[in-house]
Design a protein around this ligand. Structure first.
Ligand SMILES: Nc1ncnc2c1ncn2[C@@H]1O[C@H](COP(=O)(O)OP(=O)(O)O)[C@@H](O)[C@H]1O
Ligand SMILES: [Mg+2]
Length: 250
């Protein structure tokens, strides 16, 4: 019964707490994410946003609480098991392979599990190439497939890393400040990209740029000192006096 009410959510976080030497960076946090939702987490520096992603992807162990993803308890799993369960995460700084081309970066990220038989391997190669080309198109890098990743603009690097996640087909994608350092145009393109991705995936995005947040978010969760300060539509959250006081009004 206790779990019955929340089984419709792809992700259910309940009572999540992590304590670093007695300091609760995340404090009794509960939130629920729907399938194909884009949830944006905002809040002042140090609010605990990145730590929430660290907890979900298993990089940091929770002190208390539960994280259920499609009704599997993630707090008991190791980081690689959580990836296997369908949770992909992009860090704040792009972690691409600078010496490899766009194509090679995507290829290296393609889920392995190579077939034992040579004949299967050939089929897979054609499949892999098709998939890489499809992803490159989605992340606006079709023209740059054979460009060394190091030579891409900062924004293109961010897109490449999103592509490297996408190619693994995670059901839940978590992005930490994906448009930081991007131009206005790149931000706009990224908003389109994320809305497109949300047709097939669920997303949690940490972001500061309220214009961008309003463009992509289905729902916004405002964190402050490890707790939820407000939650709702971008319009509702933007108009919330508490949110204006601690976050938007400076
Ligand atoms: N591994 C850690 N050990 C100790 N303190 C940490 C650790 N990770 C985060 N913190 C602290 O937790 C708080 C929240 O950090 P963070 O989640 O990075 O905030 P945000 O992403 O919202 O800016 C900060 O005060 C930070 O210093
Ligand atoms: Mg952060």
């Amino acid at each position: 019964m206790s779990q019955g009410s929340n089984t419709d959510f792809i992700l259910a976080v309940e009572g999540l707490t992590v304590s670093f030497d007695g300091f609760k960076a995340v404090n009794d946090l509960s939130f629920y994410v729907d399938q194909n939702e884009i949830r944006v987490i905002i809040g002042p520096n140090g609010a605990g946003k990145t730590t929430v992603l660290d907890l979900i992807c298993g990089r940091t162990k929770a002190t208390d609480g539960s994280i259920r993803f499609r009704n599997r308890e993630l707090t008991r799993l190791k980081e690689h098991q959580i990836v296997k369960a369908g949770v992909g995460r992009k860090f704040q700084n792009p972690s691409i392979y600078p010496d490899l081309t766009v194509f090679e970066n995507l290829e290296i990220s393609y889920p392995s599990g190579r077939g034992v038989f040579g004949s299967l391997a050939f089929k897979r190669t054609a499949e892999v190439v098709a998939r890489i080309e499809e992803i490159a198109g989605r992340i606006f890098l079709s023209e740059h497939l054979h460009t060394q990743a190091d030579l891409l603009s900062h924004g293109q690097k961010q897109w490449l890393e999103i592509g490297m996640l996408l190619i693994q087909k995670p059901e839940l994608l978590m992005l930490d400040e994906p448009v930081a350092g991007m131009s206005v145009n790149e931000r706009r393109q990224t908003a389109v990209l994320l809305r497109e991705i949300a047709k097939e995936h669920t997303m949690i995005v940490i972001e500061h740029d309220m214009q961008f947040v309003a463009e992509i978010a289905d729902k916004v969760t405002v964190l402050h000192q490890g707790r939820i300060l407000a939650e709702g539509s971008p319009e509702k959250v933007k108009a919330d006096p508490k949110v204006i006081e601690v976050y938007l009004g400076h």
